[in-house]
Structure formats: C-alpha cells, structure tokens
Design a protein around this ligand. Structure first.
Ligand code: ADP
Ligand code: MG
Length: 233
C-alpha cells in the first residue's frame, strides 16, 4: 500500500514546520525518516495519519486522500505516536480491547490474545500500563498500532528512551512486523535506520534534503553520523 506526499506545507502560525515536502513510498518498503529535533518529522507523520491537516498540499495512502477520505485512511494506517499516550491506569488487555473496539475489530478477544503474543507481552499482560517498563510500553504501543491489521505502519521514534537490550528487541519486532507492511519510522539515529530500513529520507528545517537507498548511502564509505551531519548542517 503506497504513500504519496505531494507539496505538503504546514505552518504553525508564523512558523513553517514543513516547506513543500514531496516523496512517495512504494508498497512494502521500510523507510527511515531521519532528521534533527524540530525538523518536522512528527508533524508530517501526524498529517499522514489524519491527526493534523496540512496548510497546503495533499497526502494519499493507497490512493485515498487523507483529508477527504480520512475514515478510510485510518482503517489502513497504524500509528505509534511519539509520546505514546497510553492510558496508564488501564490494564494491557483492557486497553487493547478499547482500541480494538474503536476499529470495530472482529473476534476481538482472540485478536487481543494474538497481539499480546506477537509483541511479546505475554508475561506482562495482566499488569496496568503504568506498571510497565518503557520497553514494554512500546510493545503495547506497537500492539495497538497493528490491532486492526493495517497495511501501513507509521512509527514516530519507536525506540527513543529504550535501554540497549530493549532497543535490540524492539528493532527486531519492527523488522518482523514490517515484512508484509509498508513502514515509515522516524528517528534521529542513523544506525537505527541501517538496522531496520532499506531507504532513508532526511528532513531538515521542514525540507527534504536527502532521499536514497541505505545501500547507496553506505557505499559512500563514510561513517553514518558524518553522512547525517552533512545533510543536516
Ligand atoms: P520533529 O518531530 O522532527 O522533532 P516536529 O514536527 O515536532 O519536529 O516540529 C517541527 C517544528 O514545528 C518545531 O519547530 C516545533 O517546535 C514546531 N511545532 C510542532 N508542533 C507545534 C504546535 N502544535 N504548535 C506550534 N509549533 C509546533
Ligand atoms: Mg518528533
């Protein structure tokens, strides 16, 4: 399922957060969306997920317009927000059932059980979300993002704040989930993109400054940090 971003501009009052951004992602691609803090990553992801209207331009997900067909787009897209707004007082399964009902998921309790298994939550499934470590909260975030079996996954800094072991586990999980989905994930860590993605899009000050395959970027023979720095100075 493809994503086509055409000439997206987003102003917050006087400030231009996105300035004429265009690119497209083909069905099944895993794309890393890289940029320094404040570059516009979260803003663009919110627009793709129908959480925020653009000031100008259009986004299509599987040929559906995010502004005109937002209910249809939401069914096809799973979104893990940056500040994962999980309900801390809810139990893991209670929360997943709550999200599943919103999407009108069929055979919900079986689906919740499946999501708990797929995301490695089995041993923590009877806890409240507030009692979970950051790594397990991210697993709950991923579980809610895929409960309606979306073909597109938008993950906003899914590994920020995790310890090294959690990082490896969550990366592996994303890779696994991405096998049959179109995935766009944001990060400011170049190595993360190398571990998970086939393609890299770099944004800086609201503009796309690079869009290339990981393979071609690595062929430059430079350390990844240096490549990132060069594009984002
Ligand atoms: P990133 O996710 O790459 O860190 P954001 O998309 O969150 O960047 O932010 C891009 C720019 O827009 C930043 O300068 C940020 O301060 C600004 N911004 C983000 N959200 C808002 C908002 N709701 N109101 C005003 N400015 C905002
Ligand atoms: Mg952000």
């Amino acid at each position: 399922m493809s994503i086509v971003v055409s000439h997206i501009t987003k102003n917050y009052g006087q400030q231009k957060a996105l300035n004429d951004v265009s690119f497209s992602i083909k069905s099944g691609e895993i794309v890393g969306f890289l940029g320094p803090n404040g570059a516009g990553k979260s803003t663009l992801m919110k627009i793709i997920c129908c959480y925020l209207p653009p000031t100008d331009g259009s986004v299509k997900v599987s040929n559906l317009d995010v502004m005109e067909q937002s209910m249809e787009v939401r069914k096809k897209v799973g979104y893990l927000p940056e500040h994962n707004p999980l309900y801390l007082d809810m139990y893991v399964k209670e929360y997943l059932e709550f999200v599943g009902r919103f999407y009108k998921v069929k055979n919900l309790s079986a689906r919740v059980k499946e999501m708990v298994e797929v995301t490695g939550l089995t041993i923590e499934q009877n806890k409240k979300i507030g009692q979970l470590s950051k790594g397990y909260r991210q697993r709950v975030g991923l579980a809610q993002a895929i409960i309606h079996d979306p073909q597109v996954l938008i993950l906003d800094e899914p590994t920020t704040g995790l310890d090294p072991n959690q990082l490896i586990e969550i990366r592996a999980l994303i890779k696994q989930l991405g096998k049959d989905k179109t995935v766009m994930l944001s990060t400011h860590i170049m190595q993360e993109v190398e571990a998970i993605c086939e393609r890299v899009i770099i944004i800086n000050h609201g503009k796309i400054v690079a869009d290339d395959s990981m393979e071609r970027l690595l062929k430059k023979g430079q350390p990844l940090e240096k490549i990132f720095q060069e594009f984002t100075q």
